[in-house]
Design a protein around this ligand. Structure first.
Ligand SMILES: C[S@@+](CC[C@H](N)C(=O)[O-])C[C@H]1O[C@@H](n2cnc3c(N)ncnc32)[C@H](O)[C@@H]1O
Length: 303
């Protein structure tokens, strides 16, 4: 079989001077939206171009038209996946928006007890979020190995899931962690500069990583005590955010919590959750029916 690269190869192309036309940008953003829900609106042209140049260089394709043709001819769908992968924003860090972790420890775990805890980190990027959750739970439950605790961590990006699974981070990345937690839950995996640390096996044992596109079918049925979907919906448009928040509902236990990023309140979305505190919502069946106007909206807007 002829590899499309053989036809379109243009190793001598000056990649930096390549132009991305409005039509090509629209084609790419429509494809990315259909596949991942990510809304690459106007103004994102330079970002798209800069990130996709890596793919063009890798495939030795000398123009965006050739790249789009390559995608069209790629029956495996792998290149669309790689394209979405490079266009995702994976910024994250340990103990990000740590009020959520305090709430998990002080309010949720304290009330749940220690028998069985199920948590989903949806859009976990390179693993800092689920490992922060695992460490928080280990701190809250000193005899955690006797409890039945599982954290599912998923992301659309294969690259990020591979990195997360490895659980190896540079010293700089571990800075947001108090040093006592760093020593307690990580081990030095490489002395050479920059020094690297790996999450200890007992931390990794709590987390299962899997690739999952939130726009597709979800193989798991829950129920979860908490779903963390933080700093993910910000890349989606309103109808996609509403659909997603609605799909989380049946996967949560009655009384379970949904945590979103602090810049992603559900204020302007139609939803049935009880507002608990900024970026924390709770599933209470029938709650929305018993109130004339979603109190959440009022409380939230005022907080
Ligand atoms: C900015 S990171 C947030 C990471 C972490 N939740 C946090 O708050 O630090 C957003 C993540 O969402 C993932 N993502 C974007 N669209 C997705 C989709 N359709 N399905 C699953 N993950 C997606 C990206 O790959 C990226 O790793």
């Amino acid at each position: 079989m002829t590899d499309v690269r053989d036809i379109n190869q243009d190793a001598a192309a000056d990649f930096f001077s390549l132009k991305l036309s409005e039509k090509q940008f629209r084609h790419i953003s429509n494809t990315v939206y259909k596949v991942s829900g990510i809304d690459l609106h106007q103004g994102k042209e330079e970002l798209v171009k800069a990130r996709l140049l890596k793919r063009l260089r890798h495939l030795r394709l000398g123009s965006f038209d050739r790249y789009l043709k390559y995608i069209e001819q790629d029956q495996s769908g792998l290149e669309v996946q790689s394209m979405v992968d490079v266009l995702t924003t994976n910024k994250t860090h340990f103990f990000r928006e740590s009020e959520h972790l305090d709430f998990l420890k002080n309010e949720i775990v304290a009330k749940l007890g220690r028998e069985k805890i199920r948590i989903w980190s949806a859009g976990c990027s390179s693993g800092e979020e689920p490992y922060s959750i695992a460490i928080t739970l280990m701190e809250a439950l000193p005899d955690i190995e006797k409890a039945d605790v599982k954290i599912l961590a998923t992301d659309i990006s294969e690259r990020m899931i591979a990195k997360a699974r490895e659980g190896i981070y540079e010293q700089e990345t571990l800075k947001p962690l108090p040093s006592q937690l760093c020593h307690k839950y990580f081990r030095c995996s490489s002395q050479s500069q920059p020094r690297r640390y790996q999450a200890q096996a007992r931390v990794q044992a709590l987390v299962s990583f899997a690739m999952l596109n939130l726009m597709e079918e979800w193989p798991m049925s829950g129920p979860f005590d908490v779903i963390f979907c933080r700093n993910v919906m910000i890349y989606f448009d309103k109808p996609t955010q509403e659909r997603l928040v609605r799909r989380f509902w049946p996967l949560l236990k009655e009384g379970g919590h949904l945590m979103v990023g602090h810049s992603e309140s559900l204020t302007f979305l139609s939803h049935e959750y009880r507002y608990v505190r900024p970026a924390v919502y709770q599933k209470i069946k029938g709650y929305a029916k018993n109130i004339k106007r979603p109190i959440s909206t009022v409380q939230e807007a005022a907080s």
